[in-house]
Design a protein around this ligand. Structure first.
Ligand SMILES: Cc1cc2nc3c(=O)[nH]c(=O)nc-3n(C[C@H](O)[C@H](O)[C@H](O)COP(=O)(O)O)c2cc1C
Length: 339
């Protein structure tokens, strides 16, 4: 199955809100929520995509030849590539009823683990979602990262107990989910956390804790002070706050201040191995890609996800080769061009 075939099949399987565009750039779905779009006027997802494209890569083939190794060590584990599947929740609402959160997570976690990378799973108001995600991660001997919503401390504690049955590599929290329309006025409550509240949560977490949804130096500082092992520089694909900057625009400053102190991940509009390379050159240790994994899975289940992973991996290896990096640790700032 090649990627064009995956997309063609996805167009038959997806509901009406995602068009499985040749390039997932936020334009066709724009402000479609429910659906895969973004909040408000819907230009944050577009800006995420466009700003990666505004960065260019510097070719340098006057280097020693030799094989390229795109593997990476993160959270004490070895992964085939520095990109992972980002969490996506409520898939049947946003992408159509061919899959639900249970079946989606089961397949994405399995297919990613088989191909040497991690999948993050999402959370929802239905407690069965996290139970099924835990089972899916357990079947892959902990190769997966559950992402818990910012519920109150008591609920988070019970979710920790549940997901720890799978011994996951790490646990994440999408701290920016405070901005999701469907989480407003929920029982149990979910929303913003003070640094002290976040610290109390992290102190209870038995594995590395990842704070997803950091867009400023101030936010990174608070996550660091609360004891986070990692952050995801993310604006939730534009779904939580209209008119944010793109992640490509804020990543470098955050990485300069916190690289080596916390693992720095980034997501939002990363659509090729070339984009992955650019994110690493700006200081990220790894990246998440979310929407295209959904399209790949709707278009071919395990085979669709495998095809997509291979496509991004091939592009990354090619870019490393052409820019003179044999290993991920050799990707440096001068290998990219910014205006
Ligand atoms: C339909 C949809 C559902 C999402 N659900 C979650 C979720 O449950 N938890 C989470 O942390 N992020 C969620 N996200 C955000 C993604 O993980 C990711 O941060 C965002 O989409 C940006 O990456 P992308 O541009 O590669 O899609 C969701 C995104 C979409 C489009």
């Amino acid at each position: 199955m090649n990627y064009q075939e995956v997309l063609a099949q996805a167009r038959k399987t997806l509901g009406p809100l995602c068009k499985a565009c040749p390039e997932c750039n936020g334009r066709a779905c724009r402000n479609t929520m429910p659906g895969p779009g973004a909040k408000g006027i819907g230009d944050v997802a577009i800006r995420n995509y466009d700003q990666w494209k505004a960065i260019r890569v510097n070719m340098d083939t006057l280097v020693e030849g030799g094989p390229v190794d795109p593997s990476v060590e993160l959270f004490g584990h070895h992964f085939a590539y520095p990109f992972f599947a980002g969490p996506v929740g409520a898939v049947s609402l946003h992408y159509g009823e061919a899959y639900n959160d249970q079946s989606y997570n089961e397949i994405v976690v399995r297919a990613c683990a088989k191909n040497g990378i991690l999948a993050f799973t999402g959370d929802g108001v239905d407690p069965h979602v996290m139970e099924a995600a835990t089972e899916a991660i357990m079947k892959q001997t902990g190769c997966g990262i559950p992402t818990i919503k910012p519920w109150n401390q008591e609920t988070v504690q019970s979710k920790f107990e549940l997901v720890m049955q799978a011994s996951p590599v790490a646990i994440a929290m999408d701290i920016d989910a405070a901005g999701l329309p469907f989480l407003k006025n929920m029982t149990p409550p979910a929303g913003s956390k003070s640094t002290a509240e976040l610290k109390a949560i992290i102190d209870q977490c038995p594995v590395p804790f990842i704070v997803k949804g950091i867009m400023t130096l101030k936010g990174a500082k608070k996550a660091y002070e609360a004891g986070a092992s990692a952050i995801v520089v993310s604006n939730h694909g534009g779904r939580v706050l209209d008119q944010c900057p793109s992640t490509a625009e804020v990543l470098e400053k955050i990485a300069q201040a916190y690289k080596g102190k916390m693992t720095i991940l980034v997501d939002g509009g990363i659509r090729s191995g070339v984009d992955v390379f650019k994110a690493l050159a700006l200081g990220a240790d790894g990246v998440l890609i979310a929407r295209p994994f959904v399209t790949a899975l709707y278009g071919g289940e395990d085979a669709g996800v495998q095809t997509y992973i291979q496509k991004i991996a091939d592009e990354l290896v090619d870019t490393m080769q052409m820019c003179g990096a044999h290993r991920i640790s050799e990707i440096t700032r001068e290998m990219i061009w910014t205006d």
